[in-house]
Design a protein around this ligand. Structure first.
Ligand SMILES: *Cc1c(COP(=O)(O)O)cnc(C)c1O
Length: 416
């Protein structure tokens, strides 16, 4: 069936939550995807920072199918070895032997779990950041700054104060002994790949500690190799030396299952003991198949993918900088999570032109392109995109701003 036919069927039956899909994909392999008309694309978005190992990764496929053939689901009345093993490995990433894990099926649910946990401290106030994104369920939405996402759904769970991201003075002025937790991203991905300024996370650690508040780092997008480390807020984790910024609550999801739905909330220290039987739950969370996917992802990261994310990410950032294109103001981010900041608000048009040219990228803001290739991508895989980028950028300067795609709002292309 042709892509046009599939798009028509989609439009007739799917709720219009995401706008019309620009492509319908049929299969993927490594860094490539093929649409229903048989056209090939290089994926520089990884399903929104999810498919770190690329598409149809043999290790993940074998782990999932093997586990499903043995034991697919038992509910959380019972346990399975893959789940226990994944929890041990995730806990180990914090470098804290007291770390405890709660599994979920998504990023927003990992944040819901952490949010409920903060209520068990006896305090209710949460300090969140302007520009933040933490998910679409009511609790996570209450912590998400974007007014357009929030307004139609108010009232949301209350007692949330937003402060400017990266502003240490605002942090010091706002956080007091009534605050249960400060939630922060190491890099604000949805806000256009904005990294925390140097020293900011350390300041969050100091200030929360001073006031007995929890430090909560949402690593749903940044974690598991995306920024070149297992945890972006703890560069070179596993090394006990680097742990002074370690958060009390860490939430993970996107990259954890390479597309198989799984999330996790990790709590360290006293925070790990807050949740008692009956206070929270999930039917699917941490099921053996999802856990097998997570274990396969960690196997691959340990076997060299992490180093590749670091080196190819650096290569890609440098390669885009070295284009010296007048429309590129600067490149920011860490590892394989990069924002190309443009001098004009043409990012949606560049992303559309890229798709037409066979490259998948997105525009989280009107003036920012997000590049989040699979962590397995090599410079050879990405060179064709770098070669094409000057033409894609320049094409937005020649055409008058009259095409339908140029009218698109950033929200319409935002599918998180
Ligand atoms: C994507 C994202 C979420 C939400 O994850 P879902 O799996 O879409 O619910 C939460 N926090 C951050 C930082 C994200 O990037």
């Amino acid at each position: 069936m042709s892509q046009a036919d599939l798009q028509a069927r989609y439009g007739a039956v799917m709720m219009n939550a995401f706008g019309a899909p620009k492509r319908v994909f049929e299969r993927g392999e490594g860094v490539h995807l093929w649409d229903a008309d048989g056209r090939r694309y290089t994926d520089l978005l990884s399903g929104l920072a999810v498919n770190g190992l690329g598409h149809a990764h043999p290790g993940v496929t074998a782990a999932i199918t093997g586990q499903l053939g043995r034991l697919g689901h038992v509910s959380n009345f019972y346990a399975s070895e893959p789940q226990i093993r994944l929890a041990e490995r995730l806990a180990h990433l914090t470098g804290d032997p007291t770390a405890r894990v709660f599994f979920t099926n998504s990023g927003t649910e990992a944040n819901e779990a952490a949010f409920k946990l903060t209520r068990l401290t006896g305090r209710t106030r949460i300090v969140a950041m302007e520009g933040s994104f933490h998910g679409r369920t009511m609790g996570a939405l209450a912590l998400t700054a974007n007014e357009k996402y929030r307004a139609p759904f108010e009232p949301l769970p209350g007692d949330v104060t937003f402060i400017p991201y990266g502003d240490v003075d605002a942090l010091r002025e706002t956080v007091d002994d009534t605050v249960a937790a400060v939630i922060v991203e190491a890099v604000q991905g949805e806000n256009g790949v904005v990294p925390a300024p140097d020293g900011y996370l350390a300041a969050v650690r100091r200030v929360t500690e001073q006031h007995g508040a929890l430090m909560w780092v949402d690593e749903v997008q940044t974690g598991l190799g995306r920024c070149g480390d297992y945890l972006a807020h703890l560069p070179s984790t596993v090394e006990p030396a680097g742990v002074e910024n370690r958060a009390d609550l860490i939430t993970l999801a996107k990259g954890l299952g390479n597309g198989f739905p799984i999330g996790a909330c990790i709590a360290t220290g006293k925070a790990g003991d807050l949740l008692q039987p009956g206070q929270h739950g999930t039917t699917f969370g941490g099921n053996p198949v999802a856990a097998a996917a997570g274990n396969a992802v960690l196997d691959a990261l340990e076997a060299g993918v992490l180093e590749n994310a670091r080196s190819t990410g650096q290569w890609l950032a440098d390669a885009v900088r070295e284009l010296n294109h007048p429309l590129v103001d600067h490149v920011r981010g860490h590892g394989m999570l990069l924002g190309v900041v443009l001098t004009g608000e043409v990012a949606a048009r560049v992303a559309d032109a890229a798709l037409d040219a066979g490259f998948i990228i997105n525009a989280p803001r009107p003036d920012v392109l997000r590049l989040a290739p699979p962590l397995i991508a090599t410079p050879e895989d990405l060179q064709p995109f770098v070669d094409a980028l000057p033409g894609l950028l320049s094409s937005t300067q020649v055409e008058p701003a009259s095409s339908a795609s140029s009218l698109e709002t950033p929200e319409a292309s935002h599918r998180a």
